[in-house]
Each structure stands twice: as structure tokens, then as C-alpha cells.
Write a protein that binds this ligand. Sequence first.
Ligand SMILES: [Fe+2]
Ligand SMILES: [Fe+2]
Length: 229
Amino acid sequence: MALYSIGDTHLSLGSDKPMDVFGGGWEGYVEKLSEGFAQVEPEDMVVLCGDISWGMSLEQAAPDFAFLDALPGKKLLLKGNHDYWWTTAAKMKRFFDERGFTTLDILHNNCHLYGETALCGTRGWFYEEEQDGHNEKVFNRELIRLEASLKAAGEREKLCFLHYPPRYQGYRCDEIIALLERYGVKACYYGHLHGGSHRLAVEGRQGSVEYHLVSADYLRFRPQRIWED
Ligand SMILES: [Fe+2]
Ligand SMILES: [Fe+2]
């Protein structure tokens, strides 16, 4: 039994936004993801840290879900800023059921237990969100979601998965960091950063929490192993 994480798969099998056009590491990224998942066993868990599919609806994202479902391991999905197909947890779960996507589940306003470890998380907040003026409502909703997820974990060991980095060179989201520390989160995994932004990522321990960037191009499309029994 092992736990993995990877973010930003940016799949486009049912829409027309393949990432290969960016060249470099993204060329052949769908095949690279398949190869990267070869290390995962069926009983393992992979947390997907947002920006999962370019699909604009569940229907359009379905080929991407089918691709992910066929990969080994259970996958826990959380929302990124590009996941326009995202809807209510009930609707997403019903859609997965109807299509027979048996390895996909949603991390949204809850926590998910894997062994004795609580997997918590939400989309998070990043300064780019402030471009249209600070949206207090959206920001507060993210804080409420994160706290609900951390509370649901009780006294268990907690890992937190976010799409947006809570820390970045020259940026820190104090409210999110305070929640991670207050609830004793051991490590936080995040995505969203691509290409040249990788070098500005915060890696390693800061305060009481360890931070790790897991965006797919940073990991060369190979899920990061967090622990194994
Ligand atoms: Fe992304
Ligand atoms: Fe993103």
C-alpha cells in the first residue's frame, strides 16, 4: 500500500487543448503519464492536485476520466483553477458511477482516510486570483473548505493537498499557512506551478510543515511517492 501525488495532468483527450504544443517536457505527456503510473499498484492511492482536465463539462472531460480510471491505483481528485468541469461532489460521483469509473473519487469539503492517514485539501488561494480585485467571498470559502477538511480528520495524522501553492518566492498566504500549522498538518503538496515558475517553488520544511511541489511537469509526469507500507 503506497500513497502518491501528482498535479496538473492537464488532459485534453475530449477537448482540443493538448499540452504537447508547449514542447519541452510536455511533448508526449499522455504517454509519459502512463509510464509514470507504471510504478503504482492497484491498491495504492494517487492524489491528483487539480488542473486535471481541460474539459468544459463532465461530458467533455469523460475521455480524460476514462484515461485516469484505466491507470493503476485509486485516484483522489481535487479542483484546480482550470477544472471548469467541476460541479457538486454528488453530481461528479454520480457521473463516475454511471460511467463505471470505479477508481475515481473526489476530495471536496471532506477528508479521505487512507490507512491511518487523513488526506485533506481544497483548491487554495494564490495571488493571481487577486488580478480582478481581491475576492473576499471566494477566499473565505476556500478557508472554510480547508478548515472543514482538516476538522473532519480529527486527531489523525494529516497530509494536505492544495492546487495553489500556499508559499512561493515573494508570496505567502498567511491564513492558509496558519490553518495548516494550527491543525498540525505534517506535509502539504501543491501544484499549479509550471515551467519557469518551478524555480520559485518552496520545497522542504517551513515552520512546522513540509512543502512539496507535485505539478506533473516538475515531476516529469511520474507521481511522487509520499509513503509506502
Ligand atoms: Fe496547471
Ligand atoms: Fe493551475
